[in-house]
Ligand binder design. Structure first.
Ligand code: CU
Length: 653
């Protein structure tokens, strides 16, 4: 047991009761800060851009059994706001000590700034609004009366390679006008006014003020008072679960219909699922969506640099929505709180950040036989989700578990599309006009899921399966035949793949040792949805920084510290971090502990219907058993208790 510094131990950290996959709680976060203070690593000007659980090695997990004390460690990035110096520390809150700490050199190539602090958004706006250059630009545009209510949005800068930016803690600010305190600013962009800020020197690096395109004045509000009376035609739909939900929850452990999983949450990845198993057999050791990039396809000086990494630059989890004030789910909801560190390293609880519930999902299976008798069973899914808001956009991350052993992952994009201004009626090849004078640049939302797969254990094999047409001839005398191919992806270079819907391409993860009752390896299929990878030129800055998004699939050998598709600090990074670096040694992955990284997403050419608020758009993938089970595992689902209820002559089954 720890014995030092007991007089400073103001918080009760009981690590003996913790499961390795439990998320950090508030006491652990606060204790990590105290230990850093005691060690002299945390001064007046120290801030905490990122604080995460420090992951376990697989042998630590294997050696642990319930009731054992596990070494609970916290991975903290420290930023000295006065100097810009960055320190990475690992703290054990079980042993009350700093396990390691080292400097990160953000000032020299390939650079890489830690995540933004919330206080920096306010500071950036203050710097802009107090600057004589910005005030002069606003006056030049005749906007001197609009300065007070203006919104100066803080935006990650991408990487331009400019000598006056590289290695500095840069944020860019674009100005939007507001008609009132509650007016949505995104509808009123001031085109061509860009302020480049250094957040350590708290100074303006330079300001650009080009052109005099009028600010669009049309409304962008979406609240009931702006929309007007709501329609009255919709009758209520009520989801009743009179006997309660079918899941059981014990701490972070969730059990539901043959599924078992751990629900975790952290500041960067948001929702993290651990120890996912079906019918007592392992499927995934750990799963999350740890990165996404939103590159814009616009050549204008106002926006060419935009390529937001919403996890790596802004932190999805820290921006998670508390669902305490009304949830997005119907039915019996079980919430989980999330804990993150604030800018000063103190724990903050995000109440009800993760939402879990069951959903009816239509027909699971059905047949009407020759005698006209039908057997039908309803599908149901367990939904585990959270929503994060990053500036104008809102993202939902939904994990669905089905009774047939399938997993579906879905990202939902909604919120306000990012717009600029143009002359009404003009054509812009990079930005359709979606409302008068409102031009929305083309962009992509490319997500990267990280699946630490464990199909019946960690010894797995990755295989690409394509449907294969056969030319008419000896092998295909009637022309109708086709077959399939199975290609083992045995190394990290071989396992960098594009999806191909023309051959129904899927990626199979097999157990290297276990077989099913017909003697084939037990397996799951990663089934991608059609979608473009990164459309930016391979020579572009964003292609180097978001290399993960240039492939639909990457397979890597498991390494605890390889968790960030675009690197630990994509902000202001010159590129090459994350998956290109992880795979540089081309490690063998056949028969080993494999991690799959799957890029999926949306290519968004905005439309008028996306305005003033965008209906949810979806992107995702499936992970389905393929010979993992001997038969349909949902044969014993009972007939619906509502199957024979009839209302107004219509069957409601
Ligand atoms: Cu979009």
């Amino acid at each position: 047991m720890p014995h030092e510094h007991h007089h400073l131990r103001t918080l009760d950290v009981d690590t003996a009761a913790r499961h390795p996959f439990d998320p950090l709680d508030g006491a652990e976060i606060d204790r990590a800060r105290e230990i850093l203070v005691e060690a002299g690593l945390f001064g007046e000007t120290t801030r905490v851009p990122m604080l995460l659980p420090h992951e376990y090695e697989k042998d630590e997990l294997a050696a642990w059994s319930p009731g054992d004390e596990i070494d609970r460690r916290v991975d903290v990035t420290l930023l000295d706001a006065a100097t810009g110096e960055v320190t990475e520390a690992v703290v054990s809150v079980t042993r009350d000590e700093v396990v390691s700490h080292r400097a990160h050199d953000a000032a020299h190539a390939p650079y890489g700034q830690p995540q933004y602090l919330f206080e920096e958004y306010e500071r950036a706006e203050r710097i802009v609004k107090e600057s004589p250059q910005w005030r002069a630009a606003m006056r030049r545009r005749g906007l001197e009366d609009r300065m007070e209510l203006a919104f100066c949005s803080p935006l990650a800068p991408g990487f331009t390679g400019r000598a006056d930016e590289a290695g500095r803690r840069v944020i860019r600010s674009l100005t939007f006008l507001r008609d009132s305190e509650t007016d949505s600013p995104w509808a009123h962009p001031v085109e061509g006014l860009i302020v480049h800020i250094d957040l350590v020197e708290n100074s303006i690096i330079r300001i650009e003020d080009e052109g005099d395109i009028p600010v669009p004045a049309g409304p962008g509000n979406y609240t009931p008072d702006a929309v007007g009376p709501a329609r009255e035609s919709l009758k209520p739909i009520e989801i009743a679960q009179p006997e309660g939900p079918s899941f059981q929850v014990d701490g972070s452990l969730v059990e539901w219909e043959k599924w078992s999983l751990r629900v975790g949450f952290n500041a960067r990845e948001g929702l993290v699922l651990g120890d996912v198993s079906f019918d007592g057999r392992s499927v995934l050791t750990r799963a999350s969506v740890p990165e996404m990039v939103v590159p814009y396809g616009d050549t204008s000086p106002t926006r060419f640099w935009i390529s937001y990494f919403d996890a790596g630059e802004y932190l999805l989890g820290k921006n998670g929505n508390p669902l305490a004030l009304g949830c997005d789910c119907l039915g019996v909801i079980r919430y989980f709180d999330g804990y993150v560190a604030d800018d000063h390293g103190h724990a903050v609880k995000i109440p009800n950040v993760v939402c879990m519930h069951e959903e009816d999902y239509g027909i699971l299976w059905k047949h009407t036989d020759l005698a006209g008798d039908a057997e039908v069973r309803r599908s149901r899914r367990l939904v585990v989700s959270y929503f994060a808001t990053i500036g104008n956009y809102d993202y939902g991350f939904y994990w669905y578990f089905y009774t047939d052993g399938s997993i579906q992952v879905e990202a939902k994009a909604t919120g306000i599309v990012f717009v600029g201004a143009g002359l009404p009626g003009s054509d812009n090849p990079h930005a359709p006009e979606i409302a008068p004078g409102v031009f929305a640049p083309v962009h992509q939302h490319l997500f990267c899921a990280r699946l630490d797969v464990a199909i019946d254990g960690e010894d797995n094999r990755l295989v690409e399966v394509d449907a294969v047409p056969i030319p008419m001839g000896e092998q295909n005398p009637f022309g109708n035949a086709f077959t399939w191919s199975e290609t083992v992806l045995g190394t990290e270079q071989e396992a960098q793949r594009l999806a191909d819907s023309s051959v129904a391409r899927v990626w199979e993860v097999r157990s290297a040792s276990r077989t099913n009752y017909i003697g084939k390896p037990t397996a799951y299929h990663l089934i991608p949805q059609p979608g473009a990878t990164l459309l930016a030129d391979p020579a572009s800055s964003v292609a180097a920084r978001a290399a993960f998004a240039t492939k639909h699939l990457w397979g890597t050998a498991y390494d605890r510290d390889e968790r960030w598709p675009g690197g630990r600090y994509p902000n202001g990074h010159a590129g090459g971090a994350g998956l290109p670096a992880y795979t540089a040694d081309d490690r063998p992955i056949d028969g080993t502990d494999i991690v799959l990284w799957h890029t999926f997403g949306l290519t968004h050419i905005p439309r008028p219907e996306d305005w003033p608020i965008m209906p949810v758009d979806y992107a995702g993938f499936w992970f389905k058993p393929y010979g993992f089970l001997d038969v349909n595992p949902a044969m014993d689902i009972p007939e619906s208790s509502q199957a024979h209820r009839v209302a107004d002559g219509a069957c409601t089954c």
